[in-house]
Design a protein around this ligand. Structure first.
Ligand code: SF4
Length: 287
């Protein structure tokens, strides 16, 4: 465990704390965890339960993140813990993202060990991925700093649902990210993910404006976010940042609590055609 950054004590007597890492801004009583299940109030101190504890550690092709325009044909050490600050009904990694912290399935890895492992396997750097890495902010920030000192790259694969200040403070250490935009409608974010779209779009905008490499993934779900109109709105917004941002439309398969049929290939092709009117690099995944 590690004492969390970005929280304050909001009731000294009752030992209640307020976490301001992500826009949920959880108020957490002693003994309880925040909505992400990764940060727990222990006797009035907010602790990161997942600091240095990993459910998945692999050496992946960078294209698997997916990042197609960032050191292609290289491999990257990829690490993930458990928990998430979103509740997506269609989560593809729900076994780890929607589970409570469970020491039995975790292996420990310090920032120093991760950096030396990345060097040993000739990885270009470290990808913070699989579940939502930003809920493991403290470990990511420490490791990214060490990795930067060893000329390794730092990559995030994130839902982008983070408050502005912690995001701004982390970005100097980050080289690239793939950020999910799950829909272009707030209603979808609310009903399917338990979140809001505004902070996600803001995270993409901030990262791009800081000159970092950004790619965006949009999982296309039949009847939920696949209308021509919604895809056009999404690419209008993204192209207003830059038509050069790579876009990945990913094909949905029924997962977790969402039972919609698998996305037809023709829907994926339509999404690509619509996006290609505005964007230069549009890819289809999971086909
Ligand atoms: S990071 Fe976790 S504990 Fe903090 S506000 Fe977000 S969901 Fe709540």
């Amino acid at each position: 465990m590690k004492e969390a950054l970005y929280y304050s004590v909001i009731d000294k007597e009752k030992k209640t704390v307020g976490c301001v890492l992500c826009p949920h801004n959880c108020k957490i009583q002693p003994g309880k965890t925040g909505a992400c299940r990764a940060r727990k109030n222990i006797d009035g101190i907010l602790q990161s339960l997942v600091y240095g504890e990993f459910a998945s550690v692999n050496l992946d092709p960078i294209e698997k993140k997916p990042l197609y325009h960032f050191y292609p044909r290289t491999h990257i050490l990829s690490v993930g813990t458990t928990g998430c600050n979103l509740r997506c009904q269609h989560c593809q990694n729900w076994e780890i993202s929607q589970s409570d912290y469970n020491p039995e399935i975790m292996r420990s890895l310090s920032p120093e060990e991760a950096v030396s492992m990345a060097k040993r396997y000739k990885s270009i750097g470290i990808a913070y991925t699989y579940n939502e890495p930003l809920i493991n902010y403290e470990w990511v920030a420490e490791t990214a700093k060490l990795a930067r000192g060893e000329a390794l790259k730092n990559v995030l694969v994130t839902n982008g649902f983070i408050n502005e200040q912690p995001w701004e403070n982390l970005l100097p250490l980050i080289d690239a990210a793939n950020i999910d935009v799950k829909s272009f409608k707030n209603d979808f974010y609310k009903s399917a993910c338990g979140a809001e779209i505004g902070p996600v779009l803001r995270s993409v905008e901030i990262m791009f404006k800081r000159g970092k490499h950004v790619e965006v993934t949009y999982l296309v779900i039949p009847g939920k976010n696949d209308s021509e109109h919604e895809i056009a709105d999404f690419v209008d917004w993204l192209s207003s940042l830059s038509p050069e941002i790579p876009v990945h439309f990913s094909r949905y398969f029924p997962q977790y609590k969402m039972k919609e049929e698998t996305t037809p290939v023709k829907t994926m092709e339509l999404a690509r055609r619509v996006a290609m009117k505005r964007m230069k690099y549009v890819y289809l995944g999971n086909i």
